[in-house]
Design a protein around this ligand. Structure first.
Ligand code: TRP
Length: 361
């Protein structure tokens, strides 16, 4: 029998989810969920992790729990197949984190490339909060608590997975085989690894104001798409244009499907033909943007409509979170007790403390 495959993944609830999240991970999660290949799926709203660099602003995190849950459901996460859970509600995860801390050095955490760049970004250089420095350890707890084999996330999470695998190997070698080494699952389409923002310069991110959100109205999407950065040297329609580094084409690679060409662009058989035309000259930016706009509407309108339906029934959404969290607790509690047994800190189980004393005598 093939080994059981289990998914654990998650997001920090620091804002609504955007199309970078969608192509980077969310869309893939739905495919994986519906593939039937996975025995269990856990999707975590990582509020405790979000607090590691938002300690002074818990309201921001609290205010985004339901936003993220709505985005999940709208994107097609099905609570009958996937457990959506809230990280802070599982004290099992915090306990695991505390024991794993003994297996990791401060220097190793400081070398983690994602932590390093986040420290710079947040001006934490001179005084790093301990909790923030340790969040990769907490993320290892998130993943291992569920014995996840597969973690579908963006490329920026690779250092977290590496750190997790190290903790697993260390734990298993010191205390015995309990934990499972997870694998990262990246999106297959290259441009989806790091979708640029509408400014074309940076990765899509809320702080840079270059996002298209899953919940955006048609009007918002139109404004954002029509104002997108393109090839700055493509001044006249007849000029040859550049496709590389042109976010309009990057988005087309990430979002467009054959059926979009059939329906909205009879002039080009597919993306490749459209790109050739643009490179040769004679294809205007407005025309390409209008096509992209249709592609974005086709992608996002059904998501927004579903979101509006769920928004009408917030008690249902809360119930989904509660049930998902409780189901997750069962699994996490089982792993925690295996961990404690392996570490021999299960003193009162089966009279273990007494037995240890008798063995000594
Ligand atoms: N670090 C992830 C992010 O910034 C969120 C996260 C927390 C996560 N715990 C996780 C992702 C466990 C995958 C697995 O988006």
């Amino acid at each position: 029998m093939a080994a059981t495959k289990i998914i654990l993944t998650g997001d920090r609830p620091t804002g609504r989810l955007h199309v970078g999240h969608y192509v980077g991970s969310l869309r893939n999660r739905v495919v994986l969920q519906d593939s039937g290949e996975f025995e269990k799926i856990f999707i975590m709203i990582a509020d405790a992790q979000a607090l590691t660099d938002n300690a002074d602003n818990p309201e921001k995190i609290r205010g985004n729990i339901l936003e993220v849950a709505l985005d999940y459901l709208a994107a097609g996460i099905d609570p009958a197949k996937s457990n959506i859970l809230i990280q802070s509600q599982l004290s099992e995860l915090t306990e695991l984190t505390f024991y794993y801390m003994n297996l990791v050095t401060v220097a190793r955490l400081q070398r983690n490339p994602t932590v390093k760049s986040e420290i710079q970004l947040r001006n934490f250089e001179s005084s790093i909060p301990v909790g923030f420095l340790c969040y990769p350890i907490s993320q290892a707890a998130d993943i291992t608590a569920f014995k996840a084999t597969t973690v579908p996330v963006g490329e920026d999470q690779e250092p977290m997975l590496e750190q997790t695998r190290e903790i697993v190997r260390k734990f298993n070698s010191v205390y015995g085989e309990v934990l499972v080494e997870p694998e990262i699952l990246l999106p297959k389409v290259e441009v989806c690894l790091r979708l640029p923002g509408t400014d074309g310069k940076n990765k899509m991110s809320k702080s840079l104001g270059n996002c298209i959100y899953l919940a955006d109205s048609e009007e918002d999407i139109k404004k954002k798409v029509m104002n997108m950065f393109t090839d700055p040297n493509h001044l006249m329609v007849s000029d040859p244009g550049q496709v590389e580094g042109n976010p309009v084409f990057t988005y087309l690679e990430a979002f467009s499907k054959q059926e979009h060409f059939d329906e909205y662009d009879p002039d080009h058989a597919n993306l490749q033909e459209m790109e050739e035309h643009y490179k040769k000259g004679g294809l205007g930016d407005v025309k390409v943007k209008k096509f992209l706009l249709n592609v974005m509407y086709e992608t996002l309108n059904p998501i927004r409509k579903r979101r509006q339906e769920f928004e009408k029934d917030i008690p249902y959404v809360c119930e989904v979170l509660k049930k998902g969290t409780e189901a997750a607790r069962e699994t996490a509690a089982r792993t925690l007790s295996e961990v404690k047994a392996a570490m021999k800190i299960n003193y009162f189980d089966d009279g273990a403390l007494i037995r240890a004393y008798e063995d000594r005598a």
